[in-house]
Ligand binder design. Structure first.
Ligand code: GLP
Length: 228
């Protein structure tokens, strides 16, 4: 894995540029998209660029389960708010995992994910693959870890409103992406970044599987990198 240490604006610009270059060279590329605070700056930049997404296909990593997609805390709502409503993407090219679709097969049929954006949970989760998830997992329903429920409660009125389950792409689904970037910023992610870069690969730290992928760039700021 390649580690790039930059400030958050530079990280957003570097990733947005990579995505724009990809769309220019392959207008019908397939993007894997993440939610959370980490990718918001990238989406803002993408929306401000004069680039067409009309032939681009997207697959989001995860969604709470169950949740009304009109709920302000759903990832459907988040993506519409931060990106989809601001670009010319064809709505039928937008995909989220659900119980009604065979998500991994759909991704394969679309030709596989060319470029995957990831964030990381403080416990090392990627998408909603919590510690203990099998490395060969495909899209599945998960029980959220109590630390994740606590971390994500900042978006809800109270911790009791945070769904306890989610549907997520699995670790094997994510590893199939041709190119992966992971955004790790802020001092609350310092322990996670240290563990990720240690090279230890363990189910207890799901993101560690990325060490086995041949094209991963870790974008971190200096607060997150303070223990590396
Ligand atoms: C959620 C999402 C993850 C995301 C993580 C980190 O749990 N399911 O995909 O990476 O939060 O979020 P943030 O970027 O806000 O730190």
């Amino acid at each position: 894995m390649k580690l790039e240490i930059k400030n958050k604006n530079q990280i957003d610009e570097a990733i947005a540029d990579r995505i724009c270059n990809l769309i220019q060279s392959k207008p019908n590329c397939v993007l894997g998209l993440a939610t959370g605070s980490s990718p918001i700056g990238v989406y803002k930049l993408l929306a401000s660029k004069n680039i067409s997404f009309k032939d681009v296909t997207t697959f989001n990593l995860d969604e709470y389960y169950p949740i009304d997609i009109n709920n302000k805390n759903s990832y459907h709502y988040f993506m519409n708010e931060h990106l989809f409503s601001k670009i010319d993407i064809n709505k039928s090219n937008i995909h989220f995992p659900s119980l009604d679709n065979n998500y991994d097969q759909m991704i394969d049929k679309a030709g596989g994910i060319d470029f995957q954006i990831l964030g990381i949970g403080s416990n090392g989760h990627i998408a909603f693959n919590e510690p203990g998830t099998e490395f060969n997992s495909l899209t599945h329903i998960v029980n959220l870890a109590s630390s994740t429920i606590k971390d994500n409660s900042r978006f809800f009125n109270s911790i009791d409103e945070v769904p306890t389950k989610a549907i997520t792409m699995g670790l094997a689904s994510i590893m199939k992406a041709k190119e992966i970037v992971i955004i790790v910023t802020g001092s609350n992610k310092a322990n996670a970044l240290k563990e990720l870069m240690s090279g230890n690969i363990s189910k207890d730290f799901p993101a560690s599987i990325l060490n086995n992928h041949s094209n991963v760039t870790v974008y971190a700021d200096k607060e997150a990198a303070k223990l590396c």
